[in-house]
Design a protein around this ligand. Structure first.
Ligand SMILES: [Zn+2]
Length: 413
């Protein structure tokens, strides 16, 4: 049994209801026309399975016109509002009427509903977070997952993240033994007082009886690298089109239009191509969805290994052999380019998701096993040096703690 006799907590969490209501302005809410308003009720909701923006609006009795007034690009991006995401409802102190609703669109942007001259309006605004960097060192007793959960159940997500980050490097079952140590630096992101995103692992070192393994997060491409600056995930996707005119829109979680002064997001890559152009599966997988999906129009979703999914939208037609639950090969014909849903001309919208979060497909389409070079390598060496030093320090603390019979050190920086 894993025992924790003492642990180090350098900073305590300050997030009570009262706290976040008083500091609402930190979260970008003051960037809309309404200021100096006070709210006494701020409620947090998880988006349920099958729920989408229109259903949330119906539930809150907010006119659906605020959705239809948006342009095609924004309507398309709101298709990402779905399970695992959240929204806040802010109500007036006296009347309890809804004043604002903040619906998370991705990790960077929210669909922000507020009142202007007594009427509801909406636009995209950035989500602001409070970041906390934390460190952990642990002497492994049972398994990383078990030890983490025994220490604190809320660490299970972190343990999952860790397992997937080390996935291609270490076989957790075979290679880990009792008394191997793990050092970890990660980041927690809080929004309106809630911890709404999975923790982001910045660096980690696993010292096993055989050798030490490192992983480092590279914020530039959002991928993990080993200590030699070699990318840890080696797979790549086949381009979903063999012929297209050009890439008409790239991936972005938050893009600011300097003239229109609006924020937008684009959860995939648009390939402009003629109606009828053949579309191919980017990787082998299993058909999860075939049908219409709001702003995406005629859509195909395929699930792949390791929690990845690809999405193909605005199609004119599907391959007749396509059935939900059937397997497709990499490069198999699945449908044809079209202009269905919120689309302003024939194109393919191609999306890639890792554990339901949109990631940039282009990084994967062109990827071979990649090693950082030049300027990116120099930058990588600079911050990994700091992380290595930090991990040594926390491991030393673990040695000190071992005298007190503790297997884990937790520091919030
Ligand atoms: Zn698109």
């Amino acid at each position: 049994m894993f025992k924790v006799l003492s642990f180090l907590l350098l900073c305590s969490f300050l997030f009570s209801n009262k706290y976040y209501i008083n500091t609402l302005n930190q979260y970008g809410i003051n960037k809309n026309p309404i200021q100096n308003e006070s709210f006494n009720v701020s409620t947090y909701h998880k988006i349920e399975d099958g729920e989408n923006l229109l259903l949330i609006l119906q539930k809150l009795s907010i006119p659906e016109s605020i959705y239809y007034e948006q342009n095609a690009e924004i309507r398309e991006s709101t298709e990402e509002i779905r399970q695992n995401f959240s929204y806040y409802v802010l109500r007036d102190v006296q009347s309890n009427d809804i004043q604002q609703v903040l619906i998370q669109l991705n990790s960077e942007l929210q669909f922000h509903i507020y009142k202007e001259n007594g009427e509801f309006v909406a636009k995209m605004t950035p989500i602001e977070y409070i970041y906390k960097t934390k460190e952990i060192a642990i002497n492994i007793e049972n398994s990383i997952y078990q030890d983490f959960v025994n220490y604190d159940e809320s660490f299970s997500t972190l343990a999952e993240e860790l397992r997937s980050a080390f996935n291609k490097t270490v076989d957790f079952k075979k290679e880990l033994r009792k008394d191997d140590t793990l050092s970890l630096i990660y980041e927690d992101r809080y929004r309106l007082g809630d911890n709404v995103l999975s923790p982001r692992i910045l660096a980690s070192r696993l010292d096993t009886f055989r050798k030490s393994y490192y992983i480092f997060y590279n914020p530039k491409d959002e991928r993990y690298y080993d200590e030699k600056a070699v990318m840890l995930e080696g797979f790549f996707l086949k381009s979903p089109l063999r012929h297209y005119r050009r890439i008409s829109s790239r991936f972005s979680r938050k893009r600011f239009h300097p003239i229109k002064k609006v924020y937008r997001a684009h959860h995939g890559v648009d390939y402009s191509a003629s109606t009828g152009t053949r579309i191919y599966s980017a990787r082998k997988g299993k058909i999860k969805f075939v049908g219409r999906r709001g702003g995406y129009g005629k859509t195909i979703i395929i699930t792949h290994q390791d929690g990845y999914k690809t999405l193909y939208a605005h199609l004119s037609r599907y391959s007749t052999s396509l059935r939900v639950g059937k397997y497709v090969k990499k490069g198999q014909y699945i449908g044809r380019v079209g202009n269905t849903g919120s689309s302003t001309g024939p194109h393919l919208h191609f999306g890639l998701y890792k554990k339901n979060r949109a990631v940039n497909p282009l990084g994967f389409v062109r990827l071979r096993k990649k090693k950082l070079r030049g300027k990116s390598l120099k930058e990588f060496k600079r911050y990994t040096k700091l992380y290595k030093k930090q991990m040594d320090d926390i491991k030393n603390k673990l040695n000190v703690y071992a005298y007190q019979n503790s297997n884990i050190v937790v520091d919030i920086l």
